[in-house]
Design a protein around this ligand. Structure first.
Ligand SMILES: C[S@@+](CC[C@H](N)C(=O)[O-])C[C@H]1O[C@@H](n2cnc3c(N)ncnc32)[C@H](O)[C@@H]1O
Length: 298
């Protein structure tokens, strides 16, 4: 199985690297596709730190003295950059979400297409699982997860359906798919299942809070002129990234100084998100929902 096919590879790296002898961070190493091109682009004096909270990503580490792997959540960006005396840096890349490898490994439970345990933890082995969310959350909280993170309008009905089925325990992805089988309108089954699985994944990995913690730290972690390059795959993430790059705030409100000048930490490099072209989507269908945004620290 191929670990991961990097999305918008060249636009990401072209947008990230100003000086080949600078220090860069890839906070989502995965299969190392983006990191590999970063290392090719850097000179002997350049440096790359890469985060991934999934120990499986360590199968892909390059042998390169310019490279340092950090096996932790990127919400600890600042702490580890300081620890490795790499603070502030010249560019930070984040390619959010799960890798194809994680998605296609049935026992990780990320995909409704394969039978597996209801796990969905990116840092497998630690913390809340999708099994606990499905079987232990009170009905109201379960409905909120589906409403807020899956953007499902019938979240309450869905939570009720799961509540009935979990009396006999929903153990696997297939049990969950069967429990909700009567809910989606005909022809919308895959879309609704993807939304349900997305909501659970966001809850299990606390993805939106972690993204906000990370973005907040990038302002100080970047040198003036340093680049922030973020690729997201659903609108909840993209909205946070877009607002933050535009204003430095997650609600997108731009503060002004006494004279009315905008007080924003970044200059936008991409006014509109970049998206993969038809050729890339034909070769790599998972690229279809990618949105790439780039900003420069003022
Ligand atoms: C879309 S993949 C990145 C693929 C990579 N760009 C490549 O070319 O192979 C996302 C990776 O980021 C990791 N990841 C996601 N959220 C993370 C977080 N909060 N902290 C650390 N790693 C994270 C996942 O475990 C996964 O391996």
């Amino acid at each position: 199985m191929m670990y991961h096919n990097p999305v918008l590879l060249h636009p990401c790296i072209d947008g990230l690297i100003g000086s080949p002898s600078g220090t860069y961070v890839d906070v989502t190493f995965g299969g190392g596709g983006h990191s590999s091109l970063i290392l090719k682009t850097l000179s002997d004096h350049g440096r790359l730190l890469a985060f991934d909270q999934d120990p499986d990503a360590m199968k892909n580490l390059p042998e390169d003295s310019r490279f340092q792997f950090v096996p932790y959540n990127f919400c600890y960006l600042k702490k580890f950059l300081q620890y490795y005396q790499a603070y502030p840096v010249d560019g930070i890349l984040a390619d959010l979400g799960v890798s194809s490898y994680q998605f296609d490994t049935a026992e990780r439970g990320f995909s409704h297409r394969f039978e597996g345990q209801l796990d969905m933890r990116m840092n497998k082995g630690k913390g809340l699982t999708a099994y606990q969310v499905i079987n232990e959350y009170p009905l109201q909280r379960l409905a909120e997860v589906f409403y807020h993170y899956g953007e499902l309008s019938n979240a309450r009905a869905l939570a009720h359906q799961i509540d009935k089925a979990r009396a006999t325990a929903i153990q696997t992805t297939t049990d969950l798919v069967n429990a909700v089988a009567t809910l989606p309108p005909k022809g919308k089954e895959n879309k609704v299942l993807s939304q349900i699985f997305q909501a659970l994944r966001i809850e299990v990995n606390n993805e939106l809070q972690v993204l906000q913690d990370f973005l907040t730290q990038t302002v100080d972690a970047l040198k003036p002129g340093g680049r922030l390059v973020v690729m997201s795959y659903h609108s909840l993430e993209d909205r946070l990234v877009k607002n933050f790059m535009k204003s430095g705030h997650f609600d997108g409100k731009i503060e002004k100084d006494f004279y009315g000048n905008p007080l924003t930490p970044f200059r936008l490099i991409t006014r509109k998100a970049m998206i993969p072209d038809d050729d890339e989507i034909a070769q790599n269908p998972r690229a279809r929902s990618a949105k790439l945004r780039i900003a420069e620290k003022k």
